[in-house]
Design a protein around this ligand. Structure first.
Ligand code: SAM
Length: 351
């Protein structure tokens, strides 16, 4: 890019906080970036050191030459190169935590906070065990641990770079999580009261339609290739034998694949299947409970504890999960009633 073709004027144009907000917002809007005013405020807050809430009252505050220069460099990178704002600032907010992010790790998204909400509402009291598969920056695992310090949280990722961000975030925040480098359930040997994941879920064919920012994020965090279901398939098929009886699986999913995910959950013999909307009404989350089928307890393949069909009862809080699950089933006229209704709802939406 030559200076002549540059869309961002010289640093002198950003004299005050107010001018910087207006000009950066305009440049971001011209570039077609969604939420330009919000992004401009984050940029100006970052270079000035002023808290977000103080910007409006500081509109006549003059920026230093160094601040003006830095704002121009960041705005240029955002507008011309479409580098994600969170990579430029080096951090992303998630569930009240500030997480360090950068190239090599997925940027946590606001909709994943909905998955955390869903999990916190269902986790029984007591010292339960939770696994977050594909933890990225550690977002879900750290959010759960920050709200429920009594829970033992395990988190996996196959990307060493992602795991290094997650470990650093955990250290900075003083939150203890057991991290495991590997594919899927690799390294996990216990039974879990909850298995959670925001896995890569975009179908390969959708990759070419993505906004330019997305191409800065690691591809294996966005898509497993093919139909987008490969990682989800493996998570779901491995869940029954790793969940305690009445333990639950909760996933963030790609809304157009909600029907397919629901079928995978059914095929795995999970119960109480729910497909739940995000704040925009899209089918964004799937949850299901591990049931106890008839027959004698089987040995768990990893731990030799009572196995997937009729596992050991939870030490504490068992009642609350079972009662919670039971209430949802009663309310919805039984597991199968709910599943059939859910499938119909998904089918209607897609048609
Ligand atoms: C969509 S990102 C989610 C990251 C984080 N949980 C969040 O919500 O911000 C998916 C993550 O799964 C990891 N991943 C992809 N395939 C995996 C696999 N087969 N086993 C473990 N992790 C995987 C990626 O490296 C990436 O960090």
């Amino acid at each position: 890019m030559t200076e002549a073709s540059c869309t961002v004027p010289a640093p002198e144009s950003f004299q005050t906080v107010g001018q910087a907000l207006a000009l950066a917002g305009q440049l971001l809007a011209n570039a077609g970036i969604p939420s330009p005013a919000a992004e401009a405020a984050l940029l100006v807050s970052s270079i000035s050191g002023l808290p977000h809430a103080a910007l409006a009252l500081a509109s006549t505050t003059r920026l230093t030459a160094r601040q003006r220069y830095r704002l121009r460099v960041l705005t240029l990178a955002r507008v011309e190169e479409r580098i994600p704002l969170q990579y430029l600032l080096g951090s992303a907010p998630f569930y009240g935590l500030e997480l360090k992010v950068g190239p090599g790790v997925f940027i946590p998204r606001p909709e994943t906070e909905g998955l955390v909400e869903l999990v916190l509402a269902r986790l029984p009291q007591g010292p339960v065990q939770v696994a977050d598969l594909g933890t990225g920056s550690g977002a879900i695992a750290l959010a759960i641990k920050s709200q429920r310090p009594d829970v033992t949280v395990h988190a996996t990722d196959l990307s060493p770079q992602a795991l290094s961000f997650a470990r650093r975030n955990a250290r900075r925040l003083g939150l203890e999580v057991q991290f495991h480098l590997g594919d899927g359930y690799a390294g996990l040997t216990s039974l879990f009261h909850a298995i959670l994941s925001n896995p890569p879920y975009l179908p390969q064919a959708e990759i070419k339609t993505l906004a330019p920012e997305l191409f800065f994020e690691p591809l294996p965090a966005l898509t497993p290739g093919g139909d987008g279901l490969d990682v989800i398939r493996r998570i779901i098929s491995g869940a029954p034998e790793r969940l305690v009886n009445s333990g639950f699986l909760a996933l963030e999913i790609h809304p157009p694949l909600a029907g397919a995910v629901q079928q995978l959950l059914l095929d795995a013999g999970l119960q109480g299947i729910e497909i739940l909307p995000d704040l925009t009404g899209r089918e964004r989350y799937a949850a299901a409970v591990s049931g106890c089928a008839s027959g004698a307890p089987e040995a768990h393949p990893l731990t030799s504890a009572p196995g997937p069909r009729c596992k050991a009862p939870l030490q504490e809080g068992n009642e609350s999960v079972e009662n919670g699950a039971q209430k949802r089933h009663d309310h919805n006229a039984g597991v199968h009633g709910r599943v059939v209704k859910g499938v119909a709802a998904v089918a209607n939406k897609q048609s």
